[in-house]
Design a protein around this ligand. Structure first.
Ligand code: G6P
Length: 369
């Protein structure tokens, strides 16, 4: 078992550290930064379906649903296609309206999640075009999809999804860029710039993972907290949700993720000197806004932990603890800012003595509804 874990104590931390390689594997053979091109068979062969999509509906569960939320921002911004992101379990039972020209993007690591599978079967019967973003090759969801793109993240053993999530984001970003290019909703300059940004992600993830002692210290400091709040805006809002989910799953600490501005409509009532609040506060177009959200939490004496962009001089002065990620365009930034979240949860879980690879009550793949 020690050999299988490649010298790591758990599969989860091994899989976290595999991400520079797994994201690279996902991009390899598809993204060509030198030529400024992206090749994806499943997209190229069905480009008319995606170009003519009146609407994209992302159907998923759990962490994959969070990847779907990022896709909503990506496809709306880059491709100007309206996107709905649905929990498969709700979508399948509410008699949803499926219109001709609807494209469903199914996101699933295992390809076997029962709710997702049945939701797709129903939508397929009603005429929707199904595009699968799946990790497990030959899985049920991969097979019932009309087309798809594998994430190539390799087998994920830890129950809490990590490398599959960044693989999903890599695929969804490439897809959105391809569709935007074909539709003409992105300039050539921006397209090439974002290809380069994507190409740089594996190296930047490696940089984050080179030394995680700062995150381990934060984990030790806050391991006995009973609640956590995670806040982010824009592309980092789904990252905040994912951070909170990771913490719940493997530390059993109650955590909530919220859009940072929405905190005023409820969660701010929870803030006192005992509450750790994790901000995803990287330098993107919402930076000034998030800085003022941090101030609001500080003013109420919350414990502020920030994920900030390297070189930021403002955030450190306002935070109790900071971890840094390399600078990146916000379109690709979630693949970086989620990594400290994964590492933080891992160490909090292990400090609390939890079997992080097999947390209680959870299943790697929920194949019964
Ligand atoms: C379970 C797993 C999660 C996963 C979710 C969706 O809850 O524990 O890690 O995100 O199922 O699984 P899928 O295989 O469809 O991505």
């Amino acid at each position: 078992a020690a050999i299988e874990k490649g010298g790591f104590d758990h599969f989860m931390i091994k899989e976290i550290h595999e991400q520079p390689q797994t994201i690279y594997d996902c991009l390899r053979g598809r993204l060509n930064a030198a030529e400024g091109t992206i090749k994806m068979g499943g997209v190229d062969n069905n480009i008319d379906k995606l170009l003519n999509a009146n609407r994209i509906i992302v159907v998923a569960c759990g962490t994959s649903w969070h990847a779907g939320l990022v896709a909503e921002y990506l496809f709306e911004e880059l491709c100007r296609i309206p996107v709905e992101v649905e929990y498969a379990s709700e979508f399948r039972y509410r008699n949803p309206v499926i219109l001709t020209g609807d494209v469903i993007i199914a996101v699933s690591q295992s390809g076997e999640t029962a709710d997702t599978l049945v939701a797709l079967e129903n939508a397929k019967e009603q005429g929707a075009f199904i595009f699968g973003v799946v990790n497990a090759v030959g899985s049920s969801i991969a097979r019932i999809s009309h087309a798809g793109a594998y994430t190539h993240s390799g087998p994920e053993i830890g129950v809490a999804s990590t490398k599959a999530f960044t693989g999903q984001l890599a695929v969804l970003t490439m897809m959105a860029l391809k569709v935007a290019k074909a539709k003409g909703t992105i300039s050539e300059l921006r397209y090439v710039e974002l290809i380069r940004e994507l190409d740089a992600i594996p190296g930047k993830v490696a940089e984050i993972l080179k030394d995680t002692t700062a995150i381990q210290k934060i984990a030790e400091k806050y391991k006995d907290a009973s609640d956590f709040l995670y806040l982010g805006r824009g592309y980092n809002f789904p990252v905040a949700l994912e951070g909170a989910l990771k913490l719940k799953e493997i530390s059993y600490i109650h955590a909530e993720g919220y859009p940072a501005a929405e905190m005023k409509h409820g969660p701010i009532a929870l803030v006192d000197e005992t509450l750790p609040v994790v901000f995803v506060a990287t330098k993107d177009r919402f930076y000034e806004k998030i800085v003022s959200n941090v101030q609001e939490i500080k003013a109420r004496r919350g414990q502020v932990i920030c994920v900030a962009t390297e070189g930021d001089t403002v955030i450190p002065g306002m935070s109790n603890d900071v971890v840094y990620v390399p600078d990146a365009d916000e379109i690709v930034g979630a693949m970086l800012s989620v990594v400290p979240m994964q590492v933080l949860s891992y160490y909090i879980g292990t400090y609390r003595g939890i079997d992080v690879d097999k947390p209680r009550n959870l299943a790697k793949s929920v194949t019964v509804e």
